[in-house]
Design a protein around this ligand. Structure first.
Ligand code: ADP
Ligand code: MG
Length: 139
């Protein structure tokens, strides 16, 4: 099932993440696709909020690779693959096990060496000005 929406601000994109969060079961991977500045981290901030974690803990994990936010309905693991190019390094993260029991949100998911079964794909594209087109696809 695919849904598409257009947002006009960072907070609207976060709200879309919040809405998705309400529907997520444990062990779900949310794969985020989109250019730098598309709004992937903003969307994850909404996911954290929707799960009940503190959204202000969510920053771009470009330098930390993996962050975990607890305190919500499910733990949220936030991964940013931007700096990883070697698929072996990505494999070594063991993302599928890391997410056990919680939700894993993965920015730059195009770098994943293989698909993650049952994942939700979120694609964010720049439109004019601050508009973003967001497509959410459940597999
Ligand atoms: N509709 C929108 N949705 C999300 N972010 C937006 C939007 N309009 C403008 N922005 C800005 O774009 C940037 C998105 O940053 P970020 O979420 O870190 O992107 P990414 O993680 O994809 O690199 C922020 O500076 C945000 O304020
Ligand atoms: Mg980001």
């Amino acid at each position: 099932m695919t849904t598409t929406l257009t947002t006009h601000s960072e907070s609207e994109t976060a709200a879309a993440g919040r809405e998705l969060a309400a529907t997520l079961a444990p062990e779900t991977a949310v794969l985020l696709f989109g250019d730098l500045g598309a709004g992937k981290t903003a969307f994850v901030r909404g996911l954290a909020e929707g799960l009940g974690a503190n959204p202000s803990d969510v920053s771009s994990p470009t330098f930390t690779l993996i962050q975990e936010y607890r305190g919500g309905r499910l733990p949220l693991l936030h991964v940013d693959l931007y700096r990883l190019d070697d698929s072996r390094e990505i494999d070594d993260l063991g993302l599928e096990e890391l997410g056990s029991g919680g939700v894993v949100a993965i920015e730059w998911a195009e770098k994943l060496p293989r698909p993650i079964p049952g994942s939700v794909a979120v694609r964010i594209e720049h439109g004019d000005g601050d508009t973003r087109r967001i497509t959410v696809e459940r597999n």
